[in-house]
Design a protein around this ligand. Sequence first.
Ligand SMILES: Nc1ncnc2c1ncn2[C@@H]1O[C@H](COP(=O)(O)OP(=O)(O)OP(=O)(O)O)[C@@H](O)[C@H]1O
Length: 719
Amino acid sequence: MAKANVLFADSFEKAYQGLDATIQRRVIDFMLKLRKDPDGNGLNLKQPQGALSKEIWTARVNDNFRAVLFRPTADTFYLVTIRPHDDAYTYAARIVWDINKVTGGVDFWDHGAIREILVRSGDTDPGITTKGYFDAISDADFGKLGVNASLVPVLREIRSEDALLGITETIPKLAAQVVLALADGHTVDQVWEDIVAGSKAEDEIDPEDYSAAAERPATRETFAIVTDDTEELERMLLKPMSEWRVYLHPEQRKIAYRAKPYNGPVKVTGGPGTGKTVVALHRVKALADRIPASTGKRILLTTYTNALSDLLGRLLDDLGGPELTGKVEVLNIDKVVRDVLRRDSESQWAGVEVLGDAAIAVRWDDVVATSGQTSFDRLFLISEWEQVILAQNIRTRDEYFAARRSGRGRRLTRAERLQVWKLVQEFERRLDRDKAIGFKQAAVKASDVAATWSEADRPYRHVVIDEAQDLHAAHWKLLRALVPAGPDDMFLVGDTFQRIYDNRVTLGKLGIDVRGGRSKRLTLNYRTTRQILADALKLSGDELPDDLDEGSATLKGYRSVLQGGKPDIKGYPSTAAELAGLRERVRSWHDRGIPLEEIAVFARTGAAALAAADALSAAGITATLVKSGQKPASAASVQTMTMHRAKGLEFRAVAIIGADAVHVPLGIAVTAETVDHLDRRRDLQRERSLLFVAATRAREALSITWAGQPSPFLEGLLA
Ligand SMILES: Nc1ncnc2c1ncn2[C@@H]1O[C@H](COP(=O)(O)OP(=O)(O)OP(=O)(O)O)[C@@H](O)[C@H]1O
């Protein structure tokens, strides 16, 4: 007999994880039995009385627990949840099933719960005169947006925000996003464009054909398929809850698993928490699946910092284990640079010290101090060196005289250019003397080396890049040269709203052309609650950053469907009082059940992050200062770190401290107006982005505090 087709929903996985190990084993047995012989003894399939769908059943897991399932055909089973006996029957009687008319995916929802929410929030009270949220939306529009017709009458009854938010937690995910966007005032056309169009089924939808529906991406977002491999099944169910490994949103799946090769580089942008890293990881998997294991590490996965490349390596292992990691080199960009220089016998790499930004800054200070001039300060010179001279790989004075200085605010006369050139020469001479090199300089050298390689010598077949917004032009030239130009050569994800280093590029000019439908944007945030997101957006300011090319980036349609409490935004009279407040806040988060390692404290400076760790430790709360380049502590400990270090991470609760007018923006990181007004604008924007990055690391709880005057960037929040 052919085996039954069994799928399980994310809600089933969640229920499974809440059970004791002995019951979990029974659940696995139950699933395998269901697949082998659904009508056999022991499963005790029964239909609840008064159920809303006649295909709803419950089945025996053990004496106390039953599974709730949907059986549209004799041999297809969709598992929804596992509950104690009576509960399972009650729940089963209230759920509704359908094939979505737009996505073709299988939808289900708890219809009984919706009614209860409306009653509880008073929205159904007779005599209520408040207008409904959706009075202006026609039934046909709801239908066009994939909202099931039987949901529309209840949606029309929603009058309060409470009911709105409660109901969006019980209806199918796509409908929830549509409803929230409409409630936020987005037009039907916008909602179609931003939310629904990407999930539309590619084939014709037969409203009765649950076998075809099971195959569609929209179904696979919510359901995973049960195979006969017990170990794999256990692994899927037992893994810590990270839904993204199993269920990609169709918008994400389409990008990561496109069957046809992309005809060149692909760029994926999107606000914080939209799953860019997740898409990059799945893209790596999709590409790896197409190459044989025997060919070695033919995919490069890279990002800006070491800490993030470590994290990517771990996530990749989670996603595909050794079979996948055996095909992928995961390196941060500076290691990629070293790797290339090491391959080249002429680059005389041995014994050269590579200097980070802080060491470079100190050395520039020395050059400025001994130069006897006051026209150019350190910040200006670093910018000119990195963003003009290194970015264009300028080698001679004449090249510098002829160079375009686009993006620079201060015009230079020929005499001034000569003066700058001499200072740069002096700076580089001193580095040479000390056998040292800056990271970006090393990248320029490496890209020169790689540019001499023949197509056949390029080491990778695919390059995938995370946090693309922070890479320097020399990094891009290098990456471009590591992979032969052609289908699926480069795949990059990033968000210029989160740019926190001073690197700006126009990819098109660096030989990375992402036109022709190869620029994608993700808009749904999976990390942060709506409440936190709304406040974080007020920090990001009005200025729109570039899109890594000649256009502007946008956060249009950016949204979350998660709910939570309002962030705590608060000033204190002194730093001591602020730290005392921090201790209390951390305690209360911990008392609420948030483990210490899921709580983070971010500050603009290392000194303030250290002070926070000390203050917490002194109060008996275990806390660790995580330095740049270090891994976060794995033990139960609050993590304190700078905002720079926080990039790419996430925590259940985040406290941002020291958001005062002196430290945010940080004076020494901002060019004076008189030196270069464009640099100043960018520096301020970067400081703002830091705060935005820090705030968007929070999943459930966020506080932003300061002592004395609040940061000017908090203005929108405090208004
Ligand atoms: N389809 C999905 N289903 C469930 N969770 C998801 C999904 N996609 C992403 N997530 C979760 O959302 C969070 C954010 O994802 P990710 O880190 O990939 O976002 P990002 O866009 O790279 O964020 P940032 O730019 O802020 O670093 C992670 O916890 C991830 O596991």
